[in-house]
Design a protein around this ligand. Structure first.
Ligand SMILES: Cc1cc2nc3c(=O)[nH]c(=O)nc-3n(C[C@H](O)[C@H](O)[C@H](O)COP(=O)(O)O)c2cc1C
Length: 400
């Protein structure tokens, strides 16, 4: 869930500030982009140089960058940058300043400017934590919708024992992932995607195949997973690695893909068919390699099952179905016919006539036709950006 997420990490003047370096590392290890803001007091506990080196970004703790030239740091821009503003450690002083809306240091100005959710991980001595003022501040923040990552109990820097030490970096990163998952728009939705070509054997070494690379299906798997969906990819023979956390079933033939796809679709909320499934297979498959003089003059074919049509037939109320059509001409009419015949919610058309679109490329140019007659025409984009467009439309049209 942290993949590509922009986390603004606020560090305040607690002895636990040293753990913020490990936290920044852990968030990045899980795929987040981390930028750091510090209170002036925090810079006495850990240097901005350490955090700047670890994150690869300048660290901010002051309103002005160069007092002589008057160069200043744009706290508003930073406040708008993040997907989440995580203040860890959060001192008693900063919690109180957040409640009162105080803006006497750079971090507090970013706090007031931020539009993203703010999360705090308090760190302090047990009596400071238990003090009615701190507890009242935490309650107020919680009432305002600020999630609190509870501190741990144990040995404190003061030598005392009790509740107040900041949660460990790994536990904070776990908490962030759980929280992001719950916030994600497709949280709890199950998606099944077919991707890539199928290979239909003729003999032990030869097959009927096509040029599909699977890139569009894999990009969709990545995007839908980032939106919180539980993604199951059913992939034909492709040279791609699935995003971590995505369940993958590898298949070879259309019959195998059909079997896996029907089982998965019965449990799914959304089905997306990007695979280029062979329409026909060889009627007889020879188990050894055919030599030149044994080759038949023609290969007799029989029809493969139509996965998308069968998904359409079995579609229950509440299930959402997306198909793809690759055409060698403009293809609008045949795509619209397929949309209707196969009981789809929308169809994505791409044409080999458009340069950079279709099989094997890293880009695609698509048009989408909805079942209600609405259409959307897109420019040539990377397959990742196309996956974003498709995911956004699914989120808009998905039955609640
Ligand atoms: C060695 C030392 C450790 C401190 N540790 C904490 C702490 O863990 N939590 C806390 O709330 N304050 C702690 N303080 C007090 C804060 O540094 C102080 O309240 C400061 O004003 C916080 O400012 P800030 O919230 O703007 O960073 C500590 C002070 C010192 C000198």
């Amino acid at each position: 869930m942290l993949q590509h997420k922009k986390i603004l990490l606020g560090i305040t003047g607690s002895i636990a500030a040293y753990k913020a370096a490990l936290l920044a590392r852990e968030l990045q290890r899980r795929g987040a982009v981390v930028r750091v803001v510090m209170t002036p007091s925090a810079t006495e506990f850990i240097t901005p140089l350490t955090l700047a080196t670890l994150t690869g970004h300048k660290v901010y703790s002051d309103f002005t960058e160069n007092k002589d030239s008057g160069e200043w740091t744009n706290h508003v821009e930073l406040g708008l940058w993040g997907d989440a503003f995580l203040i860890a450690p959060a001192t008693a002083q900063t919690l109180s300043a957040m409640v009162s809306g105080t803006c006497d240091n750079f971090l507090m100005a970013v706090h007031l400017s931020s539009r993203c959710p703010v999360i705090v991980a308090p760190a302090m001595d047990l009596d400071m934590f238990q003090h009615s003022a701190t507890q009242a501040n935490l309650q107020t923040l919680q009432n305002r919708g600020v999630p609190i990552i509870e501190p741990d109990s144990g040995a404190l820097a003061s030598g005392l024992e009790g509740k107040g030490r900041m949660a460990e970096p790994e536990a904070i990163a776990d908490w962030m992932e759980d929280w992001l998952q719950k916030q994600a728009p497709l949280n709890g939705k199950k998606v099944v995607i077919t991707a890539g070509p199928t290979h239909e054997p003729i003999d032990a070494v030869r097959f009927i195949g096509n040029r599909s690379s699977g890139k569009m299906g894999f990009a969709l798997a990545q995007e839908l997973q980032s939106a919180g969906a539980d993604v199951h990819l059913i992939a034909g023979p492709v040279q791609l690695t699935a995003p971590s956390g995505v369940q993958v079933t590898h298949v070879e033939t259309a019959v195998e893909m059909h079997k896996a796809a029907m089982v998965a679709f019965a449990q799914a909320d959304i089905g997306i068919a990007t695979a280029a499934v062979a329409d026909y297979r060889a009627k007889t498959v020879v188990s050894n390699k055919l030599h030149r003089d044994e080759m038949p003059p023609a290969v007799e074919l029989e029809e493969n099952p139509d996965i998308l049509a069968d998904w359409g037939k079995h579609k229950k109320s509440g299930q959402f179905l997306v198909g793809f059509a690759l055409e060698t001409d403009q293809g609008e009419d045949s795509a619209k016919l397929k949309l209707k015949r196969k009981n789809l919610d929308f169809i994505v058309l791409n044409s080999t006539m458009d340069q950079g679109a279709g099989f094997g490329t890293d880009t695609n140019k698509i048009s989408i036709f909805e079942k209600n007659g609405k259409s959307h025409i897109f420019e040539l984009k990377s397959k990742a950006a196309v996956a974003q467009d498709i995911t956004k439309l699914i989120m808009t049209l998905l039955p609640q």
